[in-house]
Design a protein around this ligand. Structure first.
Ligand code: ATP
Length: 934
């Protein structure tokens, strides 16, 4: 039996502790990686795979990286989603002893990075822990690099978990395995690849000790469970004190507007849908922050709009002052510019990696605080004053750093040059000794040249021999015998020493070594003092970040002509000349067309928007949501005037963001979203659905769309914006009193169509789909063929008889605004719907009039001016004709004998007993008859 070498035995023992990580095993100047880890690492890092005798029959696969370059390699593995365990030698090598002790000193994971290029300056790097207990799910999110720790909980609910975790865009998740699986299927909305580790170890006692009894006592049970597990993970991976974790911010989910991850993406709050880049998002537009802390806070605010009016008003008050007063804004910006990333600094102090330069940066930042505080106190803004009053200047800390640290310290903290003269007496003495020694040596050169007469004689230094006197071979003859001791012979020169020189040398070296040690010790003392003030520094950082976001809002609002929104506790949402802030910003020459919005409790709360492709429907609907979000984060809004209620939630179902996750079809994704919406929307929510009901057959899509709209209207009662290509749904305005039709105006001239981007009352009647296809540059042959086919379809629809092709049947069915299946199904409609059925015919339009008989809009006059026969089958109950439809009913055209005759025909049909196919045939007969009657 082969026997493992002792080193390999040690390796395998340690590897047991870090099974899910790649183990970096320190051997001298290298980290060596063995076995499967070596196969992975050599592949991922593109480093050579070798082998090492392990005492086994075969050599163990091995690869390695030099320890001084390890950070970059670790980094690359983390970015690829691995964890790395760093194993060091934890005792000095000594002769005659057996194996040196080695231990894992830290496990680096994506969610626990402390300092690396992967940490975006302006974004947090979160590790989340998700646990469920007693019917409640708790989520804790921690950014170890800044010391942020948030925790919340809610009754178990998959949608909530996915949405809430999505807010943090974590790079790593731990906790209950089942919950992690849930996150896995929703990986798409996350910014980065999510590394998941099931984790059930808990350290409640140490967590309680860390945050204090008082804080712990206030946490609900499920939140304690979650934090204790998170804490165990951090303790086991970091293996050091976590001084930066001083505070738990506990929040209730219902204190913020709820935005699920799809809505967040659809509205492009922090990244765009297509490129997933910050550029082009709301965050990008508003980010005028001057500090990294401010930038991270802005992102958090955008992700969590507030629901308490007073808190929003406080923010708006500060923004208003900074918006109005240019000088104030300028002063605040100047002060902020000099403030360093205090949060990350605090993280590095706690982690033990802060160096002299960090201290200088901290000092310079702290020196800005009194000035910033004064500016805010004099600003006249209550919010700014109260924030300033809560700012702890930490003046004694700035002083201590100033007194101790030189102005330009080196990167390393081990090699001296850190501590200022006059700070420490013994250090000054050592320095003096070293300086004197060096002066003596400098003088020695001149003196010996004089005595020997050798002008090229020089005193030099190297690491191996120390100080020496060097004389070139040519001058050796001049050197008096026995003056120096020979030390080293070079090709061209001899090097000598003298006892006195060696004496001075040891003085200097000793002093220097002592100085470096002493300086390091003094620096650690200072860092310790900073560490004691971490909680104060962290809350100072929060205040600074807050002020930074206020000025960013003010700056963007001034530049983009936003106005302060009026918030109220009521229902109605009313906006004059609202704009989409980002679309407007990227459009040249101020050509964005502003549009009003009015959604009222006693008027209409559902806007049904029809209109051609490319008309601006999605932009308009997103703009309404963005205005609400901007108001609720405390920013001014892109409008001439906006009066907005507090929305508890925004749901969006917008086509462009369709990520076909987990093999679901577009239609299934849509239906799943709608299901969540119908379940969770309240009266105070806003629903946005773009192109409701697409993705399935026309009649089924339309049927679903109508049913959903009716449900929103009757059962939820919230504000809703719905766009659809089913122009036939416009009739809903007659039966649903709180729904209004709108469309995007279009001007047709010849075969040109101009999109006016103006929202007007009334319904549109064509999609200009083929026209848009032409704009998109499809070949002329395809466009011509499409127009030809369209005509054919329309013709076929008009002539359809029993057994006709399905496509034609679908076309023919399109005017049937009822969930009639177009596949022949023999049950009568009545048995299927089992309720009141009503039939009605509409009549030909006079040729010079658009469908909008009120005459408000002429520009979207449709191409189809023939009459349609409409057969409506309503669900559940008979709906009395609504007042909105009344003018149409009294229309003199209805008195026309031909029309009367048609209406009579329709009323005679026994719709209740028709099968869907029969209904369609009947419909077409009616159409033909209408045509015959002219
Ligand atoms: N109010 C506006 N003013 C100026 N340009 C606008 C406006 N609204 C939209 N646009 C421009 O029109 C383009 C199309 O807008 P949008 O995507 O909203 O159309 P849509 O009606 O939803 O189209 P589709 O039905 O094809 O999705 C946008 O990319 C934008 O550049």
């Amino acid at each position: 039996m082969a026997k493992l070498t002792p080193m390999m035995e040690q390796y395998l023992k340690i590897k047991e502790e870090a099974k899910d990580a790649i183990l970096f095993f320190r051997l001298g100047d290298f980290y060596e990686i063995f076995f499967d880890d070596a196969l992975t690492a050599s592949r991922e890092l593109e480093i050579t795979l070798t082998g090492r005798n392990a005492g086994l029959e075969e050599r163990a696969p091995m690869c390695g990286v030099p320890y001084h370059a390890a950070e970059g390699y670790v980094q690359r593995l983390i970015e690829k989603g691995y964890k790395v365990a760093i194993c060091e030698q934890v005792e000095e090598p000594a002769a005659g002893r057996g194996m040196m002790r080695r231990e894992i000193v830290r496990v680096v994971t994506p969610g626990t990075l402390m300092e690396s290029r992967a940490l975006g300056e302006k974004s947090n790097n979160y590790l989340v822990c998700v646990t469920s207990s007693g019917g409640m799910t708790a989520i804790a999110a921690c950014d170890l690099s800044t010391g942020d720790l948030h925790v919340t909980s809610a009754p178990d609910n998959d949608e909530w978990i996915k949405g809430e975790v999505g807010v943090y865009q974590p790079s790593e998740a731990i906790g209950d395995a089942a919950l992690l699986d849930l996150l896995g299927t929703q990986a798409a909305p996350m910014e980065r690849r999510l590394v998941r580790t099931p984790w059930d170890k808990s350290r409640e006692d140490s967590a309680r000790e860390q945050f204090g009894e008082a804080v712990w006592a206030r946490l609900d049970e499920e939140r304690r469970v979650c934090v204790a597990r998170l804490f165990a993970y951090l303790a086991e991976t970091q293996k050091r004190a976590l001084g930066q974790l001083t505070k738990i911010s506990v929040y209730e989910p219902n204190h913020y507007m709820i935005l699920d991850s799809f809505t967040r993406r659809n509205l492009e709050l922090t990244e765009t849908v297509r490129e997933r880049s910050k550029k082009g998002s709301l965050l990008w537009l508003l980010d005028r922050t001057k500090t990294s802390m401010g930038a991270r806070t802005l992102r958090r605010w955008i992700d969590k709009p507030l629901l308490q009016r007073s808190s929003i008003e406080d923010r708006l008050e500060a923004v208003e002052h900074l918006h109005r007063d240019l000088i104030l804004r300028g002063d605040v910006q100047e002060a902020l510019k000099e403030i360093y990333d205090l949060e990350r600094l605090v993280g590095r102090v706690a982690f033990g990696s802060a160096n002299g330069r960090d201290m200088v940066a901290l000092r310079d930042s702290l020196l800005q605080i009194p000035g910033l505080k004064q500016i805010c106190l004099n600003s006249g803004s209550q919010t700014l004053s109260s924030t300033a009053n809560r700012m702890d200047e930490c003046a004694e800390l700035a002083q201590a750093i100033s007194a101790a640290v030189t102005d330009e310290p080196p990167v390393s903290v081990r090699d001296g040059g850190l501590i200022r003269k006059g700070y420490h007496e013994h250090l000054d003495q050592l320095r003096e000794a070293s300086v004197n020694g060096k002066r003596w040596i400098a003088e020695l050169e001149a003196e010996e040249r004089r005595v020997t007469g050798i002008r090229s004689l020089k005193v030099g230094y190297n690491k191996v021999f120390g100080y020496y006197i060097e004389i070139t071979r040519a001058n050796l003859g001049q050197l008096p015998e026995g003056r120096y001791e020979r030390k080293q012979t070079l090709a061209n020169a001899e090097r000598y020493i003298t006892p006195e020189l060696k004496e001075k040398e040891s003085l200097i070296l000793e002093a220097e070594e002592k100085m470096a040690d002493l300086e390091y010790g003094l620096f650690l003392e200072l860092r310790e003092r900073v560490a004691e003030r971490i909680p104060r520094l962290k809350s100072l950082a929060e205040r600074v970040a807050e002020i930074d976001v206020y000025q960013a809002f003010a700056e963007a609002s001034a530049e983009k002509s936003f106005v302060r929104p009026q918030l109220h506790d009521g229902y109605d949402l009313s906006v004059d000349n609202g704009r989409h802030p980002v679309v407007e910003a990227v459009m040249e020459g101020g050509s964005f067309v502003a549009n009003a919005t009015g959604l009222a409790e006693d008027g209409a709360n559902i806007m049904l928007i029809t209109g051609p492709n490319m008309a601006g429907k999605s932009t308009y609907m997103r703009q309404v949501a963005l205005i609400s979000i901007m108001a609720q984060i405390g920013c001014f809004v892109p409008a001439d005037r906006a009066s907005v209620p507090l929305l508890d939630r925004i749901f969006t179902r917008i086509g462009a963001a369709d990520d076909l996750v987990g093999g679901q079809s577009t239609f299934m994704v849509e239906m799943a979203d709608i299901q969540v919406m119908t379940q969770q929307a309240t009266r105070d929510s806003l629903i946005i659905i773009d192109e409701l009901g697409r993705g399935t057959s026309t009649s089924e899509g339309m049927a679903i769309a109508q049913a959903v709209i009716e449900h929103v209207h009757e059962s939820i009662g919230c504000k809703a914006l719905v766009s659809t290509h089913f122009h036939e749904l416009a009739h809903l305005e007659e039966s649903l009193p709180r729904l209004r039709n709108y469309c995007m105006a279009v001007r047709e001239s010849g075969d040109q169509v101009a999109f006016l981007r103006k929202l007007v009352a009334g319904a549109a009647s064509t999609s200009y789909g083929i026209y848009c296809a032409r704009l998109a540059g499809l070949p002329g042959s395809i466009i011509d063929r499409a127009y030809g086919l369209l005509q054919g379809f329309e013709q076929a629809a008009a002539n359809v008889t029993s057994g006709s092709p399905e496509s034609a049947a679908a076309q023919a069915a399109s005017p049937v605004t009822a969930p009639v299946k177009n596949k022949a199904e023999d049950r009568p409609i009545a048995s299927k719907f089992n309720n009141k059925v009503e039939a009605e015919a509409t009549y030909p339009l006079p040729s010079n009039e658009g469908p909008d008989r009120t005459g408000e809009v002429r520009e979207h006059a449709p191409a189809t001016r023939q009459g349609v026969v409409q057969l409506s089958i309503f669900g559940e109950e008979e709906r009395a004709p609504q007042s909105a439809a009344a003018p149409a009913k009294e229309d003199p055209i209805k008195e026309d004998p031909k029309v009367k005759q048609m209406l009579q025909r329709v009323r005679e049909i026994d719709v209740m007993n028709l099968t869907p196919l029969q209904a369609m045939q009947m419909l077409n007969e009616l159409k033909l008859e209408a045509q015959r009657l002219g």
